[in-house]
Design a protein around this ligand. Sequence first.
Ligand code: GUN
Length: 318
Amino acid sequence: MRYAREQLIHRSERRAPIRAKRIDGKAVAEKVRSEVAADVKNWIAAGNPQPGLAVVLVGDDPASATYVRGKETATIEVGMYSETRKLPRDASQEELMEVVRELNADDRITGFLVQLPVPGHIDVDTVMHSIDPDKDVDGIHPFNMGLLLGGTPRLSPATPSGILRLLAEEGVDTSGKHVVICGRSNIVGRPLAALLLKRGEGGDATVTVCHSRTKDLGSFTRQADILVAAMGVPELITKDMVKPGAVVIDVGTVRVDDQSRERGWRLAGDMELDVRDVASLRTPVPGGVGPMTIAMLLKNVMQAARLAASGGSHQWDG
Ligand code: GUN
């Protein structure tokens, strides 16, 4: 009898496993793309020129090539003009700078980006700084980064904007939440921190940024109400590093060998799959943050079109 009673208590105390709800990034991205398509239609109907996006690809990295093809297709689907400039792996810095100058001067091109990573002999900062800030749909020109850091973003990097949109769609309020970001890149970690620090909706968070030199990463990640992994290190975040009930956002997409797949590889995120047993809400890889990047990039092209129509910034002569 006593044994049975103890068993009963034990059973009632056992916590039901949490199975995090999966955020459908593909569906949200589709919604954003249809918003942009409607915007483009109205924009052209009002007598404005067709917005255009160009992507510059240096080299033949297969993951980048796939990504660029995805951008081309999505650009055309929303009714924009699309152009891809391909340069060989050994293209010189000057050749790339010449393409940037051409795109800066081309009226058909509302915005463009240089696909990262570029080969090691290219000085990324010099190239990025030579992009016209009014056409910088990546939002990584220092002028746009400065405005973002000052709390008045103009063209914000697409991936961080996509993450905020996913949180908003899921009704996750960021105000007063502790967001821990793992990764300090210029296209994800840093701008995301700045967006989350902004006053008002989608911001007002308490932000911690961790990186490859952070000591005892788990001691930080376990404090996160919202945990964002953007280090590009496959399955770095294990389930013991996640606070029960946290919202987890996985930005990592790295190809890892997987001989059980016909193509010999699979896409791995920065979080192990088991985090779903601890978190309340999570983005999958693939199909989470990835599709949002292209959708938000297209939104930025529309934003650049509006900027151009209003005369641009005229605040930058660099
Ligand atoms: N490579 C992977 N993501 C991105 C991005 O958002 N912008 C650029 N330029 N390159 C990338």
